[in-house]
Design a protein around this ligand. Structure first.
Ligand code: AQP
Length: 331
């Protein structure tokens, strides 16, 4: 059986991008795989949030996984910081990771801004923590978006470095799990930027808690163009915003972008946008209703997270102890 490991940072309410690019794929895989799905609160600290907001977002992300269809009886849903082995293995791996590997990470370059010396060290060593997140669970596959591929590559390099240094076959190299073409959802305001839960503009994204009117309004105002929709994808070349809206429709309807064009060819956005809004509301309304209900009972949510943590800890703790023994630490 495949073993899957993945997580999302609790930096804000999750978006349609997180749903279509990550969670919906996990839902599809959960019954043929053993799933470890975590809330990456230690990673969220690299841009330190307000403590109350972090606590609320952590619970909301857990509730979102369940509201989207992850079965907590089947998948282990847990909070990263509740498993001490993540931070501990990250230190062990830091001592095996050349600084040159970290200097190549494009995400640090993007997120650290102009003054690299002022960026916190957590942001710099983030990929090592991610290698620990992954390798603790010996997953066969890691679902990754385009932007995270380089980090998975680093995790594979760290696993190789560990095996070589200690002349063991302790870590198998996890494979990326790649999904369909429409998995990168772009901002509704700027088709060159991905839809992000921490974008300054709320109009750039659909939040999974948005109500029907808000969704319809955001889609109505989404950047598009005044041309008609063509009957083939090649003709959408250069129309990035139009392509994004077609991709969103396709991903929500579980059909190919070609099929969407076959349905809407010759029509303009005046016709297409209301159809997209209707589909979006139809698919997201049950999720936001369930999410709202789950958030009413935080004690029940915390109990589910404690169960998930207990399951994850059994696996993680064993990997950590094995690594310590191999490295010569007394265990
Ligand atoms: N726009 C997107 N399209 C497809 N997939 C996406 N993901 C995020 N945005 C899109 C996928 O969601 C997972 C978790 O993301 P994350 O929260 O850990 O970090 P992120 O990729 O940096 O997502 P955000 O929303 O942009 O978060 P912030 O604003 O906190 O940095 C990943 O599988 C990612 O591919």
């Amino acid at each position: 059986m495949k073993r899957i490991l993945s997580g999302i940072q609790p930096t804000n309410t999750l978006t349609l991008g997180n749903y279509l690019g990550a969670i919906k794929n996990w839902v599809g895989m959960q019954h043929e795989s053993e799933c470890f799905l975590f809330i990456a609160d230690l990673h969220a600290l690299t841009n330190p949030p307000e403590p109350e907001a972090l606590r609320a977002n952590t619970r909301e992300v857990a509730a979102t996984y369940i509201a989207c269809g992850i079965d907590p009886e089947h998948a282990a849903i847990f909070v990263q910081s509740q498993i001490p082995a993540h931070a501990e293995l990250s230190w062990l791996f830091s001592c095996l990771t050349p600084i040159g590997w970290l200097n190549r990470m494009t995400q640090f370059k993007d997120k650290s801004g102009k003054d690299k010396d002022a960026a916190n060290a957590g942001l710099y060593v983030y990929p090592i923590l991610m290698a620990a997140d992954i390798l603790l669970y010996h997953p066969s596959h890691v679902p990754v978006g385009e932007d995270q591929k380089q980090h998975l590559e680093l995790a594979r390099d760290v696993a190789g470095a560990f095996n070589r240094k200690y002349d063991v076959e302790h870590f198998k190299l996890p494979e990326p799990a790649i999904f369909g073409p429409a998995t990168r959802i772009m901002s509704l305001r700027d088709g060159s930027k991905k839809m992000s839960k921490s974008d300054a503009s709320d109009m750039s994204r659909i939040n999974l808690t948005d109500d029907a009117d808000t969704i319809a309004n955001k889609i109505k105002k989404a950047t598009s163009d005044s041309e008609m929709l063509p009957d083939n994808l090649a003709a959408l070349e250069g129309r990035t915003e139009a392509r994004n809206l077609i991709n969103i429709y396709a991903a929500l309807a579980d059909i190919t972008p070609e099929k969407v064009l076959a349905q809407f060819a010759g029509q303009g956005f005046g016709k297409f946008k209301p159809a997209l809004a209707e589909l979006c509301v139809e698919k997201l309304a049950p999720i936001s209703t369930r999410l709202h209900a789950l958030m009413q009972d935080t004690a029940a949510l915390d109990a589910l997270l404690a169960k998930g943590a207990a399951r994850a800890n059994t696996v993680a703790e064993k990997t950590l102890v094995d690594c310590k023994r191999i490295m010569g630490l007394l265990v």
